[in-house]
Design a protein around this ligand. Sequence first.
Ligand SMILES: Nc1ncnc2c1ncn2[C@@H]1O[C@H](COP(=O)(O)OP(=O)(O)OP(=O)(O)O)[C@@H](O)[C@H]1O
Ligand SMILES: [Mg+2]
Length: 589
Amino acid sequence: MRLPREQQPIPEIDANHPLRAVLGLVRRHRSRVIGAVLVFPLKDSPQWLMPVVTAHVIDIVVVGGPPRDLALWAAVAFVALLQNYPTHVLYTKLFMGAVRQIGADLRNALTERLQSLSIGFHHRTSASLVQTKVVRDVENIELMLQQVTHPILAQTTVVMGALIMTALSVPQFLPVYALTIPIAVVIRSAIARRSRERNEAFRLDVEAFSSRVGEMATLLPITRAHGLEATAQARIAEGAEGVRTSGYRLDLLNGRFQSLSWVVLQMLSVGCLMLGALAAVTGRVEITAGEVVQLSAYFGLITGGVTQVLMVLPIAYKGLESVRSIAEVLTEPDLEENAGKRAVTSVTGDLRFDRVGFRYPDAHGHALTDVTLDIRSGETVAFVGRSGSGKSTMLNLTLGFVRPTSGRLLIDGVDAATLDLRTFRRHVSVVPQESVLFEGSIRDNITYGLAEVPDHLVRQALEDANAAEIVDALPDGWGTFVGERGARLSGGQRQRIAIARALVRDPRILLLDEATSALDSESEALVQDALDRLMHGRTTLVVAHRLSTIRGADRIVVLDAGHIVEIGSHEELMEMNGRYARLQERQRR
Ligand SMILES: Nc1ncnc2c1ncn2[C@@H]1O[C@H](COP(=O)(O)OP(=O)(O)OP(=O)(O)O)[C@@H](O)[C@H]1O
Ligand SMILES: [Mg+2]
C-alpha cells in the first residue's frame, strides 16, 4: 500500500543542490501550495487594479465627467479591497500550513537520524551544535519559504498585471519594461558566489559559538569552583567576536547589494516617467495624462517588484545555507548499523569475547588487544586495572556503542554483529558513575520508556533501591519534579533512583561503571546494598576503583594496557600474589 505523499519519508537532502532539496520538500505538499498560488492573484488584485482606477478617476476629473462614473470606480475599488480579507486568510492557511509542516518534517527527520547515528558521532559532535541545527536551521528554512515565496508571488502577480494592463492601453511601452530583466540578472549573478561564502562563514561561526555556550553551561560549576570566570568569559567573547565579524561582513555585502539594486531600478523608473511625459508632450504617441500616470505607476510597480525579489535573495541564501547545514546530519554516514539485522526477543545473558581487539578511530594504540573471556549467565565479573587500561571500553563493547575492530563478541552464542543492538539493549541496564535524570517527576524517571508500570512495582523497585525514604521525605512523593538533570537530588539519591529505574526494567545484563565511586562512604553503603539486590540473578559487569566493593564478584579480571593479565576470584588472585595483590596492597596503605 502506498502511503499518502505527506506521510512518506522526506526526500534526500543533497548539500550540493539545496534549492532542489527545498523544491523536493515543497512538492510533498503540492496540493496546498498550488491552492495558495492560485488564490494569490485574487487576494492581491487591488495592487494591480488600483492604477487603472486612478487613471480613470484622473481622466474623469480632466474632462469633468459625471459623478456617477466616480461612484462606479469607487465600488470597483472597494470590492477589490474587501475580498482581500477572506482570500488572504485562505492563502495563509494553505501556504503556512505547508511551510510549518515542512519544518516539522525536517525536525522529525533530523531527530530520527540523530537517534540512529553512532555514539562515536555524538562524542565528536557537541550537543549545542545538534540543537542549533534542529532549532535554528529549520527555522531559517521556514523563514526562507515564508519570506521569499510571498514577495515572489506578490511581485509576479503585480508584474503580470502591469504587463497585461500596459499591453491593453499603451503597448509601445512594453520594450522599456523588458529592460529590467537583464539588469536584475546581472546584479544577482554579481553577488551569488560571495553571498554563499559569507553565509557559510557566518553559519560556521554561529555553530562554533553555540558549542562554546553549551560547553560553558556544562562547565559552569567547575568554572565557578575554580574561580575561572574570566577565562570562561574570554572564551565566549572570542566566539562572539567571530560571530560579530562574519555577521557584519555578511550585512555589509547585503547592504551594498540592496542599495545597488534599488538605485539602478529607481533610475529606470524615473526614466520611464520622463519618457511617457515626453511622448505625451511631443504628441509622438497618443497618450492621455491619466495614461502617463498609469504607465509610470506600473513601471514603478515593476521595478519595485524586481527590487523586492532581489531584496529577498539574502534571506534565500541564508535559508539555503541552513539546508546545507542540516544536510550534514541527514547524510552523515556514521550510522549504527542495525537496520535489517535480527531482533533480539529474549536474552539469557551469556557473553563471550572471542579474541576481541579494539582501537578507537584516530587513536594511536589499541584500547584492547586479544581479549578472550567467557561470561556465564548470572555471573558477576569485575574489571580492575589502572586508568586507561580498557575497563570502560569493555562495557562499551558489550553495549555495542563500539564494535570490535578484530575478533567477535557473542551474545548467547550469536555474533553481536548480526543483531539489532537496539533490541538487545532493552535487556540491559547501565548504572554509570553519575546517573542522569531528566526534568520530570521521579516516577517518570523510573518508568522512562516503559508503557504502563503498576504502582506496586514502582514501590517495590524504590524499596529495593533503598530509595523509598527519599521519595517519602518529599512533599509530592514520587510525583515530585527533580529539575533538569536531577538537580534537586544529591548524587547518592540520584544513584538510588537510577537503580530503581534499572530494577523496574528487570534487565538480564547489568553494566556498572564506577557506580559508587562519586559517593561518600555512608551513601556508598546504601547504594552498594541496593546494587547487590539489583545484581542478584543477572549477568553483571562491574568496573570499580575501590576494590573493597568487588570482593564478592565471581571473577575479577585484571586489565593492563588493554590486555587481560589475571583472572580469578578475590581469594585466588590474592593467593597468586600478582598484580591484583599489589593493587590491594596499594589501596590499603
Ligand atoms: N573516545 C575515545 N577516543 C580515543 N581514545 C579513547 C577514547 N576513549 C578511550 N580511549 C582510550 O582507550 C584506552 C582505554 O580507555 P578506557 O576508557 O576503556 O579506560 P578505563 O580503564 O575505563 O579508564 P578509567 O579508569 O580512567 O575510566 C585509553 O588509552 C583511552 O585513552
Ligand atoms: Mg572508565
